[in-house]
Design a protein around this ligand. Structure first.
Ligand SMILES: Cc1ncc(COP(=O)(O)O)c(C=O)c1O
Length: 399
């Protein structure tokens, strides 16, 4: 099937179909582990003349299994191009280092993933790149933060752990009016829930370690692009200038695990989103629960925006109990759901944002971001929702 026909498929078919391998006709991607590739005179000439992705040179710069993952990610995000990386953080740092130089400025939402926040607030400042943090759900505050040296606006489709959903169209308009690149982290939603490039975002960065891989067994990342503001070969440029120089390629085996994970992305997310809704509706009426943050609830501050942008509402929710001690007691008492880091897998996982993902953020800053000590974040897996509700009820009875 040619690429245009693939792009025209519905999402559930896009994720399953891979072009058969040309050499073997295998319908499962082969894993090519070779780190080096033999030249012949023609390839040598192509490389000398500047050809890059079309030829295999050295595993740190790209690999056939990784290219197949990039092709598949581009199809499911509706991108013109994709660059794979060793992790989600490698995707974020490669994209930002590729877009920015000393003296540049970013406008970024307050509630991004903690390592992203930390990178912008501390690491990038060491290189002369500064950030103003704003509430991206308030477009006026985004516009007000723009300076002469601003190059990028950065936000997440669903922000951790408050599940904030910023309206994308006003951000697209602001970015276009000021000639800025709009970058969005789509990790918490996944392309099964929203494809931000179709809404006018320029670059999507993604931790493939979460819903894309889907089985809590792989680390990887992707940068997807569809933009008339950047050169068409921008991702190829940063493959060589940034990703390969910082040394953050996706390994062939991880690329293969991610290719396999993508095939069930649609059905996994359908079930995971339904389960998130069931848990949110249960927890919201629980006497020990002091708050529930889930975009599908009518009282969520951005419920209307979420209904338009992420009609499945995603597979993430947060609830709060009285304080940090109670949160620990509940998380530690769960037996079916796993208390631990990460999200997006077939196992339901819970974490305490204040003392896990956001531990490095000073308490006052954390509270300003809306992250309370008693919060417990849930990433719903594929277990039966009735069993998960019973697991939560038993754990909540311990406080
Ligand atoms: C929203 C978000 N973006 C990026 C990352 C980083 O991904 P990785 O762990 O694959 O580097 C994470 C990790 O939890 C995340 O939650």
């Amino acid at each position: 099937m040619d690429s245009d026909k693939r792009k025209g498929l519905r999402f559930g078919s896009k994720v399953v179909y891979y072009a058969p391998d040309e050499a073997t006709k295998s319908i499962s991607a082969p894993i090519i582990t070779s780190s080096s590739f033999q030249y012949d005179a023609d390839i040598y000439q192509e490389v000398v003349e500047g050809a890059r992705k079309s030829v295999n040179i050295y595993g740190r710069c790209g690999n056939p299994t990784e290219y197949q993952f990039e092709e598949q990610m581009a199809i499911i995000e509706g991108a013109d191009d994709c660059l794979a990386t060793a992790s989600g953080m490698a995707a974020i740092s490669t994209a930002l280092f590729g877009l920015l130089k000393q003296g540049d400025h970013i406008v970024c939402d307050w509630t991004t993933y903690s390592s992203t926040h930390e990178m912008l607030d501390h690491r990038l400042t060491d290189y002369g790149i500064t950030t103003t943090f704003v509430d991206s759900a308030n477009p006026d505050s985004v516009e007000a933060a723009i300076q002469d040296n601003t190059k990028v606006i950065y936000f997440e489709t669903i922000a951790n752990p408050t599940m904030k959903v910023a309206a994308i169209p006003p951000l697209v308009d602001i970015a276009r009016a000021h000639g800025l690149i709009l970058v969005c982290d789509n990790t918490f939603a996944s392309p099964a829930v929203i494809q931000p490039l179709q809404w006018g975002v320029d670059i999507v960065v993604e931790s493939a370690s979460k819903f894309i891989g889907g089985h809590n067994d792989v680390i990887g990342g992707a940068i997807c692009m569809k933009s008339d503001k950047l050169p068409a070969d921008f991702l190829e440029q940063i493959r060589w200038n940034t990703m390969a120089k910082w040394g953050a390629p996706l390994s062939p085996f991880n690329a293969w695990l991610l290719l396999r994970g993508i095939q069930t992305l649609d059905v996994r997310l359908e079930r995971q989103c339904q389960t998130a809704a069931a848990l949110a509706n249960h927890l919201v009426n629980h006497p020990k629960v002091e708050g529930v943050w889930y975009p599908g609830l009518a009282n969520h501050p951005q419920h209307e925006i979420a209904t338009a942008q992420i009609p499945g509402f995603g597979a993430m929710l947060t609830f709060a109990v009285a304080d940090g001690d109670a949160a620990l007691k509940v998380a530690d008492s769960l037996e079916l759901a796993a208390f631990g880091a990460s999200l997006g897998g077939v196992r339901t996982t819970v974490q305490i944002p204040a003392t896990m993902a956001f531990l490095d953020i000073p308490e006052a800053e954390r509270l300003e971001m809306g992250i309370h000590n008693g919060m417990i974040r849930i990433s719903t897996g594929l277990e039966d929702s009735a069993d998960l509700i019973s697991d939560l009820d038993i754990a909540l009875a311990c406080i």
